[in-house]
Design a protein around this ligand. Structure first.
Ligand SMILES: C[S@@+](CC[C@H](N)C(=O)[O-])C[C@H]1O[C@@H](n2cnc3c(N)ncnc32)[C@H](O)[C@@H]1O
Length: 281
């Protein structure tokens, strides 16, 4: 993965949990009902895919098994996103930085046509591994687009095609927090270009009660952790630069934050930042 794969194998082990012995009920349900993985094979299957994904792309979200958390399913807007996509067959969902594409598969299990769903990631091999995790290479009609958000229209198709189509729902979890603030603004400006009026950007990321640049997983780099007020400011800047207007709603909580035992990517100020950013104009 461009942001992490710097050859520091030993350091990466800091964010590699031991193999799981059980998985959460939501991902078990998805793997059993959608992928038809036999109940007794689920844990072994997940551990094997995690090891392969981490070997090529050592992200904490893979090493710590965060891809097993179906973020979108727990987002307060999930029910409304689901009915928006189900009621309007021309509504489009884009999962930006989708990695294995777990949230996209949950939407399919919940009745959305897979043709309405698009996954975007800079790493084609992770999206490929998603087919192996969910065993749906033959059945899934969703498109997976390899694109670098920072290149935007400069990379031509298929990004320009996404801009032309537009999206009603963009899911963007554990993505912005990879980058320093200046790059987050750049990425958000590009993402703004694909959101239809009235559309939403939803997700979660690492936030902080003390918003600041913190050391990022790539040595020498930083990433910015927002609270709600800095997120509002960022989208005001994006709006000003793109001639659009955004309503930002968010909350900080401790869901999924390991307060008892600090780890390699969290500190005492860390919180989960859950957000909904609506394009008003
Ligand atoms: C931390 S993972 C989060 C994956 C997933 N959204 C989740 O919540 O489990 C971040 C993802 O963003 C992708 N990514 C990183 N830089 C990117 C870029 N410049 N353009 C597009 N995707 C990028 C990575 O390859 C990775 O799959």
């Amino acid at each position: 993965m461009a942001a992490t794969n710097d050859g520091h194998a030993t350091r990466h082990q800091q964010w590699y949990d031991p193999d799981l012995e059980q998985v959460n009920p939501q991902i078990r349900h998805l793997l059993e009902k959608y992928s038809q993985v036999p109940s007794g094979d689920v844990v072994k299957h997940v551990n094997a895919i995690r090891a392969r994904g981490f070997a090529s792309n050592p992200y904490p979200c893979i090493g710590y098994y965060r891809f097993l958390n179906l973020t979108l399913l727990t987002h307060p807007l999930y029910a409304s996103i689901l009915s928006r996509l189900k009621q309007n067959p021309s509504a489009v969902y884009v999962d930006l930085g989708c990695c294995f594409g777990q949230d996209l598969r949950q939407l399919v299990l919940d009745g959305v046509s897979s043709a309405q769903l698009i996954g975007v990631d800079i790493e084609g091999p992770l999206m490929e591994l998603g087919y192996e995790l969910f065993l749906d290479r033959q059945s899934l009609a969703s498109r997976f687009v390899v694109a670098d958000i920072f290149l935007g229209n400069a990379q031509g198709e298929p990004w320009t095609e996404l801009v032309a189509t537009g999206a009603d729902v963009v899911h963007c979890s554990a993505f912005f927090h990879l980058f320093p603030l200046a790059q987050q603004i750049q990425a958000a400006t590009v993402i703004a270009g694909i959101v239809r009026k009235g559309g939403v950007i939803v997700g979660r990321q690492s936030g902080s009660v003390k918003p600041a640049e913190v050391p990022a997983i790539k040595p020498g780099s930083t990433s910015f952790r927002h609270d709600v007020s800095t997120l509002v400011e960022m989208w005001e800047r994006v709006g000003a630069e793109t001639g659009t207007k955004w309503k930002v709603e968010g909350s900080l909580d401790e869901v999924g934050i390991n307060t008892a035992k600090k780890n390699a990517v969290e500190d005492e100020n860390s919180r989960r930042l859950l957000f909904t950013i609506t394009r008003e104009e």
